[in-house]
Design a binder for this molecule. Structure first.
Ligand code: SF4
Length: 353
């Protein structure tokens, strides 16, 4: 595996040194949303556990990841037990649960094995489907074999981000590779688990056109390894490398038109590609030159239903000329300068951050 040491160390220097957040007995957040994990739109509970965070933070962080803002290095097993109890009481009969941890649920340092067992004993009987996230190094047979014995169908979400190892190393600083992802996905599926793959749309140092091409290629490359694919357009988080570039107007998050284009171009029978953008229509998230609520709703609606007809007719009936000119111009610049913000500022208006 190749890492770009200078890049990794620059990112590390941007991370705050005091990594401590709120009440250690409470998850960072618990909420209800819709998702499509078992082939249909369903109510889902999402919980973010407050943990000591991703093992990768010991060395650096991914260039877009600001989850370290929610971690606490002093978290104990007792704290985690109480958080689990809180989540168990928050299900209200909902049978699908997604657990995020600002790292990897399957990392035994972040979630010790006895805590994981307590979680599965306490929550397993209450749900039908559990989605957990993990870096590739923890998706080993010896570490995950037992997960399946508690009842719920397990989906493991892996942040591959791109199938291009150069982008993984030099734009994202992921500390993993496409081949590691493939081995992990095959291992998990052999044990009867399903896979969700996260792709990152428009990491730094890429023009929007190149980023669209990368998503389309990555989606084709991972077809045989995943049960669904979540295209995550960049959302700029605090204290990250991407925020550092963005504040200097050297980075612009992708446009909603581009996201719609990726979904429309990659739809195919038997393939599930979804996108639930965080921060959509905001300056820190995916947005067009002007906010477009209808387009964002159509993207989420098509992701949940996998019926892209309304999104397609909206896309085809819209005037995309200025969008196309913008991404064409950006493709010819030496850097990924945020020409959209610069031109909006010269015209004297902005959208909400
Ligand atoms: S692997 Fe995940 S949690 Fe860890 S730094 Fe990267 S994006 Fe953040």
């Amino acid at each position: 595996m190749r890492t770009n040491r200078a890049f990794a160390s620059f990112i590390k220097d941007l991370m705050p040194s005091d990594l401590r957040s709120g009440n250690p007995d409470m998850p960072v957040s618990v909420w209800k949303e819709l998702d499509r994990i078992e082939g249909k739109k369903e109510d889902t509970v999402v919980a973010i556990f407050r943990t000591r965070g991703c093992s990768w933070y010991n060395y650096s962080s991914c260039s877009m990841c600001g989850y370290f803002n929610d971690i606490d290095l002093s978290i104990t097993k007792e704290n985690l037990y109480r958080q689990i109890d809180h989540v168990a009481q928050s299900l209200n009969g909902i049978k699908v649960l997604k657990i995020f941890t600002s790292g990897s649920f399957l990392d035994p340092v972040e979630i010790p094995i006895d805590v994981r067992e307590y979680f599965m004993h306490t929550i397993g009987p209450k749900i039908n489907t559990l989605l957990v996230e993990s870096r590739t190094e923890y998706i080993r047979e010896d570490n995950i074999r037992d997960l399946g014995k508690y009842g719920p169908q397990i989906r493991i979400a892996i942040g591959l981000e791109s199938s291009n190892d150069r982008i993984i190393a030099d734009s994202i600083n992921k500390g993993s590779t496409f081949s590691k992802y493939k081995v992990s996905a095959v291992t998990a599926r052999k044990l009867g688990y399903t896979i969700r793959t996260y792709l990152l749309f428009k990491p730094p140092f890429m023009t929007e056109k190149a980023a669209i091409d990368d998503m389309i290629k990555s989606i084709a490359d991972i077809d045989d390894f995943t049960d669904d694919i979540s295209v995550n357009p960049m959302n700029i988080q605090r204290n990250t490398f991407v925020e550092y570039l963005w504040k200097k107007h050297l980075y612009r998050p992708p446009r909603l038109w581009s996201l719609a284009r990726i979904l429309l171009e990659t739809r195919k029978p038997g393939r599930t590609v979804i996108s639930y953008p965080t921060g959509g229509n905001k300056e820190r998230g995916v947005h067009n030159a002007k906010p477009d609520r209808e387009l964002l709703d159509l993207i989420v609606g098509a992701s949940l239903s996998q019926d892209f007809s309304q999104l397609e007719s909206y896309y085809k009936s819209s005037d995309l000329r200025s969008y196309e000119q913008e991404i064409e111009l950006e493709a010819h610049l030496v850097s990924d300068m945020d020409i959209d913000t610069l031109s909006r500022r010269s015209l004297g208006y902005s959208i909400k951050i």
